[in-house]
Design a protein around this ligand. Structure first.
Ligand code: PLP
Length: 496
């Protein structure tokens, strides 16, 4: 089997992605892979590039290709990948990476990770992606005005700013968090970061050593799982139900050693959408306190609450000083701003500020001061109210369309809040999830499989038997939602 002389752009990440999915069981033996045509369209690659990747995967024994038949995952491929270890790069064609001996252990772990490539161009596609927001929803005029004002007040000396963040933003956040999340904290506990991901990275760097157990929700947020794994942590999974993390499982997790950290999404479990009830919040805090374990409360989209009353944030219930509250402006303004914040226990604030200073001195001051202005003059709160109404209308349109076109063929989770739904197809086995995604892609609709958000917890097999997808709605208008769901229903019908 000839190998390409040099990998084409995008081929390497596609190879790693497919290999990782076979390795983690998302693509079980016998599963038909997407056609080269639909995968090329989905990834924004040429068909030739996808064909070369398939040829390489076939040469490596991971898939079977036969002319005129679907390309399928080969029997025993997952075992072979596991036997090769998690170093996905080991079997890659034509690596352009340095020798491992010249890299840190951290770098080697990062290199082996199946990180998702940036989303391909979605022109002409109805994309139920979760993550991006619509450009037209950004409050451009308010933002430009606030930014111009912030930049025009530039001082005489262009000094480095405090690592904790611009004082006016921390002041505005202190008031805002008190009003919206019941959080009482000093401005010295607030650290402005470049989005939640930066906060998670700082937590991993400062609180974990390789091998330390970290409790995570299963299914859960991959970008959190991956950053903890990159620092060598051992992920310990707790299952999730309609009410979020099943806290009764926590005492049983001690077998892995005392956990150092627990990462949770209590206001809106990602991806299943549960809302952690007050009794579970107390159970989690009591357990964490008894274990001496830090708890990261990822409050990523709590502004989008439609039918539930807010429970107090974990931080506002924490009397032991073990909760690290993380928030972001990626869901209300734009993920491109890279603006988020942490509310740290007093004992940790100074340390985190020092680490932030070592990493990047401080976040850019102009956008921080513009945001402070929008929060202080009430425009941010008005924008959030407007966005909540808009996103709720989109969600309503999606729920109605799902009901109209799929009815009892779907089971929906997570409609009480947020910017996405978890949609299950009880009559379609999980092994056909990829086929459903492909059949939808062939009809010009992107939906996202839920299986990759599950971790294999070792002792427990994957719990769910049905196919499921994550459907975000923040980018779509109501006619697109209607058409998209119609096509999804046709895609499902084509498999039955
Ligand atoms: C669970 C969860 N946390 C946080 C974020 C936001 O991340 P960031 O602030 O790094 O943009 C997301 C975005 O999709 C998310 O799903």
């Amino acid at each position: 089997m000839p190998t390409p002389s040099s990998p084409r752009p995008g081929s390497r990440s596609l190879y790693r992605d497919i290999r990782a999915r076979i390795g983690d069981g998302s693509y079980a033996a016998g599963t038909a892979l997407p056609s080269t045509r639909s995968l090329a369209a989905e990834r924004g690659l040429s068909r030739g590039t996808v064909s070369l990747v398939y040829e390489q995967l076939a040469a490596d024994g991971f898939i079977d290709t036969r002319p005129g038949a679907a390309t399928r995952v080969a029997a025993g491929a997952a075992d072979r990948i596991k036997a090769q270890g998690c170093d996905a790069a080991a079997a890659e064609p034509q690596r352009h990476t340095p020798d491992n001996s010249r890299l840190s252990e951290f770098a080697q772990r990062v290199q082996a990770m199946p990180l998702r490539p940036p989303a391909p161009d979605a022109t002409g596609v109805i994309d139920f992606v979760y993550g991006p927001l619509a450009g037209s929803d950004f409050p451009t005029l308010h933002w430009i005005k606030a930014l111009r004002q912030a930049e025009s007040q530039r001082g005489q000396r262009l000094e480095y700013a405090p690592p904790l963040g611009a004082p006016e933003l921390r002041q505005a956040l202190q008031n805002h968090l008190h009003q919206t999340r019941g959080i009482t904290c000093s401005t010295e506990q607030i650290l402005v970061v470049n989005g939640s991901q930066h906060a998670l990275d700082l937590c991993a760097r400062l609180l974990l050593n390789p091998g330390d157990p970290v409790v995570v929700e299963n299914p859960g947020y991959r970008m959190a799982h991956q950053v903890f794994k990159a620092y060598g942590a051992q992920l310990v999974c707790a299952d999730v139900d309609d009410n979020g993390l099943q806290t009764e499982q926590l005492p049983g997790l001690a077998a892995h050693g005392p956990p150092k950290l627990a990462y949770v999404t209590p206001s809106h479990q990602f991806p299943l959408g549960g809302y952690l009830p007050i009794a579970r919040r107390h159970a989690l805090l009591d357990w964490a306190h008894a274990q001496g374990c830090w708890v990261i409360e990822d409050d990523y989209d709590s502004d989008y609450r439609y039918t539930v009353r807010p429970e107090p944030s974990l931080l506002s219930l924490d009397s032991a000083g073990c909760v690290i509250h993380v928030g972001t402006f990626s869901k209300t303004l734009s993920p491109q701003l890279r603006l988020g914040y942490m509310v740290l226990p007093p004992a940790l604030a100074g340390l985190f500020a020092q680490a932030k200073q070592l990493a990047d001195r401080h976040s850019a001051t102009g956008p921080q001061r513009a945001l402070a202005q929008l929060i202080a003059d009430g425009s941010y709160a008005r924008h959030v109210r407007r966005m909540r109404r808009k996103q709720h209308a989109r969600q309503h349109a999606l729920l109605q369309a799902l009901d109209r076109h799929l009815g009892t063929q779907v089971h929906i989770q997570g409609a009480a809040s947020g910017l996405h739904l978890a949609v299950w197809f009880p009559a379609l086995p999980a092994r056909q999830e990829a086929q459903l995604v492909e059949a939808a892609a062939l009809r010009g609709v992107r939906v996202y499989p839920i299986s990759p958000l599950y971790l294999d917890s070792g002792s427990r097999p994957l719990q769910r038997a049905a196919a499921g997808v994550v459907m975000g709605y923040a980018l779509l208008d109501q006619p697109e939602i209607e058409r998209g769901v119609q096509c999804l229903a046709q895609a499902l019908a084509s498999l039955q």
